[in-house]
Write a protein that binds this ligand. Structure first.
Ligand code: D5M
Ligand code: FE
Ligand code: ZN
Length: 501
């Protein structure tokens, strides 16, 4: 039997590694499984590649879940195996070897988020933020001995505390003064400009973030010697055997929406646009993530109606459904942005069905909150539209809409998607702070700035997916030059940008 199976793969010109082979021979009807797997690969993937254990695992999951006892008698069991009707309706089969998609939502604030808008909610919100990030900080070597702020300095003047930043400013002598607070009290911290590296580090500290401070007490002041952010450890590289596409800021309904570029994009998704390289990439695509601003919305800014071709919010979503409805065989994950028909305060619940009925009819669409965390075949993907980028670009020297990769890095290091409270980003004072980055993602996908960016930070793919809207009057004033119709694709682990303009 061993030779039989190896011969089968060799005849089909497929390489199989040892662990994948062992997996197959462990099965009761291994010969039939091998036949079926070879048939699937041959019909869906032209390239010769090495068959690994994880591919076989995924195939077996599908095979076993679709296996229906009555089929055994009707036709030798194997050839007649057909996907359950409900599965094929709700779960489109990938172009990649017909492996069932492993999509699930890890974190979504749509239903959990509630507030009655009282002051005590505000206290609860900040307490939740503080406790969640403090729990991360006190695990760090430098902060294991941290104590309450009210006791700071009682141990030979050594200060080791965790606090939330109430205020940070530069003095006239160009030092930094920071007020921090915990549930027991507050303290004033001086960051001396003689300590160049620390002073430089402190340039990115913003109001309302949670940090650790190590220093010494001098009268009523604490002189900082170290500032500690919750940060993330470097994550291990994972093998990605599929592709995922990231878009945002489509702005359907706006006169500056680039419909032709978007149509080219949809054609490419279906394998009908571009050269062979483009088509080969399209063939691997299992997921399309949309990080907000699907439509341009209504009444988002003064005189917006003058720049709208579709002036009705329902019709804007109908058009979105018409355009996205042409995409075959790919799961589409849709989160809202500040132009969508959602409450503005973050976390924004998923786009409501009442506004986007036709989109909800798409069998391959999933709706999630902004932010949300989803799993794409095991790749944890953090989706956030990016409204807080406006606040960080305004506040921190060196950060701007042009380099949102630097902003994404800051958010990851601070473990919070919108650290600054009370500026342009409306944050709902929930009992729980849903914008803390609790789980470390493999992919961090954002939009909003309309300018593409990509960087890998400690193993995390940080992607900003640009826009399908050309420069608006508003953006002219701010000199924002959008990258329009340039789509980032994580293609088997490496980023490719495909242009559709
Ligand atoms: O955002 C489109 C672009 O405009 C994006 O680059 C962010 C920028 N923008 C939007 N609102 C503001 C504010 N309030 N200040 C500065 N920059 C901003 P969109 O969300 O598509 O309108
Ligand atoms: Fe936008
Ligand atoms: Zn936006």
């Amino acid at each position: 039997m061993k030779e039989d199976i190896i011969l089968k793969f060799a005849n089909a010109e497929l390489l199989i590694d040892n662990s994948a082979y062992e997996k197959i021979v462990q099965q009761e009807n291994s010969v039939q499984i091998a036949d079926s797997l070879i048939k699937d690969i041959s019909s869906s993937n032209k390239d010769l590649f090495v068959l690994t254990e994880s591919v076989v695992d995924k195939y077996l999951q599908q095979y076993l879940s679709n296996y229906q006892p009555q089929d055994i008698n009707s036709n030798n069991g194997i050839e007649t195996v057909s996907p359950k009707t409900t599965d094929s309706l709700t779960m489109p089969q990938s172009k990649l070897m017909d492996i069932p998609m492993d999509f699930h939502v890890i974190k979504d604030a749509s239903k959990k988020s509630y507030t009655n808008g009282e002051i005590k909610d505000f206290t609860a919100y900040f307490n939740s933020r503080f406790q969640k990030i403090k729990a991360m900080l006190i695990k760090k070597p430098g902060l294991r001995d941290s104590g309450p702020i009210k006791d700071a300095g009682i141990r030979d003047g050594v200060v080791n505390v965790v606090g939330i930043v109430n205020d940070i400013r530069t003095t006239k002598n160009n030092h930094k003064i920071m007020e921090i607070e915990d549930e027991t009290g507050d303290m004033t911290v001086l960051i001396h400009n003689d300590n160049h590296s620390l002073f430089e580090e402190a340039e990115t500290i913003v109001k309302d973030e949670v940090i650790g401070v190590i220093g010494s007490k001098k009268g009523t002041l604490v002189i900082a010697s170290e500032i500690i952010h919750p940060s993330v450890p470097r994550i291990e590289d994972k093998t990605m055997d599929f592709s995922s596409v990231f878009i945002s800021d489509i702005h359907i309904g706006s006169s500056t929406f680039q419909e032709e570029a978007f149509n080219n994009f949809i054609k490419w998704m279906n394998g009908d646009f571009g050269d062979e390289t483009h088509q080969n990439i399209a063939n691997d695509v299992r997921y399309l993530v949309v990080a907000g601003d699907v439509v341009d919305g209504i009444g988002i800014y003064p005189h917006q109606e003058e720049e709208l071709t579709i002036k009705n919010i329902y019709e804007q979503y109908e058009e979105a459904a018409r355009l996205l409805g042409d995409i075959n065989d790919v799961k589409i994950i849709i989160a809202p942005g500040n132009h969508d028909a959602c409450r503005l305060a973050e976390p924004q619940p998923a786009i409501p069905e009442s506004y986007a009925a036709d989109l909800y009819k798409l069998k391959n669409a999933e709706f999630v909150s902004n932010p949300s965390l989803v799993s794409l075949d095991g790749f944890k993907t953090l989706i956030y539209h990016g409204r807080s980028f406006d606040d960080l670009a305004m506040t921190v020297n060196g950060l701007s809409h042009q380099n949102s990769d630097l902003i994404m890095k800051e958010l990851i290091e601070k473990r919070h998607l919108a650290p600054i409270y009370g500026e342009r980003t409306p944050l709902a004072s929930e009992y729980e702070d849903h914008l803390v980055i609790e789980e470390i993602p493999d992919i961090f996908h954002t939009g909003h700035v309309h300018i593409n960016a990509y960087k890998k930070h400690k193993g995390i793919h940080m992607i900003n997916s640009g826009t399908f809207q050309s420069q608006t009057e508003f953006q002219k004033i701010y000199n924002i030059m959008p990258t329009c119709g340039e789509v980032p694709v994580l293609n088997r682990g490496s980023l490719k940008i495909l242009k559709f303009t």
